[in-house]
Every structure is written in C-alpha cells, then in structure tokens.
Design a protein around this ligand. Structure first.
Ligand code: ZN
Length: 121
C-alpha cells in the first residue's frame, strides 16, 4: 500500500466515510469499518461447505462498484457471491485445461495437454 496516500473508506451499509491522511491509521480505520458491518450472507460456500472466512481488499472506482452491485442485484445474489463467481471462472480459464481427452497425453511421470501444454497431474 502506498504510504501517505489519502485513504477513504466507504461503509456501504452504514454510509460512514472515514478519511485518513496517514496510512498507519489504516488498520484502525478498517477495524472501525468491520465493527459496524453486519454479516447478512451465509458464512459457507454452498458448493462444498467450505467456510468463507478470507477477505480480499481491492480498490475500484465508484462507477465500477455500482455496476458490479447492479449486476449482482440483477442475478439476485450478493456482491461477494457475484465477484467470487466471476473470479472463479477467470481462474478456471487460466489454470484449468478445457480441451478434450484426445488431446491429453499420459506418461508414467505426468499427464499433459498437447494443445495448451498444461500439466494436469
Ligand atoms: Zn489443454
């Protein structure tokens, strides 16, 4: 995180704005925001019952965040669920091979896709 940058934290539920000119106060500011949040969504992923207990803090513009919220609302899911779905799809495209079995070569030491070169095991 850039030092001495002006930090502005918007709590979307409470409408609280905390302005911080010193990044050393970031932790205290985040704690204050966290205290005012109420958990309204299921704390486990529905697919495999894994606890959803990790957070990713990202920066974005107000316009982008509003569009993401609109998209999530249109699909009647939480913003967190909407973002997780999109990021899981993007990660899958990067990390997983989607080519047919005929393109997979199996060796005693590895299983590799001949199309994308990804090592599958
Ligand atoms: Zn492949």
């Amino acid at each position: 995180m850039k030092k001495n940058s002006n930090m502005k934290i918007q709590n979307q539920r409470m409408g609280t704005v905390i302005t911080n000119s010193d990044s050393s106060n970031m932790r205290a500011a985040m704690d204050k925001v966290a205290e005012s949040l109420t958990h309204t969504i299921s704390p486990v992923a529905k697919e495999d019952d894994t606890p959803i207990d990790k957070s990713v803090l990202i920066r974005t513009t107000e316009a982008e965040r509003e569009r993401w919220k609109q998209a999530a609302a249109a699909e009647q899911i939480s913003l967190s669920a909407w973002i997780r779905d999109r990021l899981n799809s993007a990660a899958s495209k990067v990390l997983d091979c989607e080519h047919p079995e005929s393109m997979v070569r199996r060796y005693p030491w590895s299983v590799t896709c001949t199309k994308c070169g990804k090592r599958l095991s």
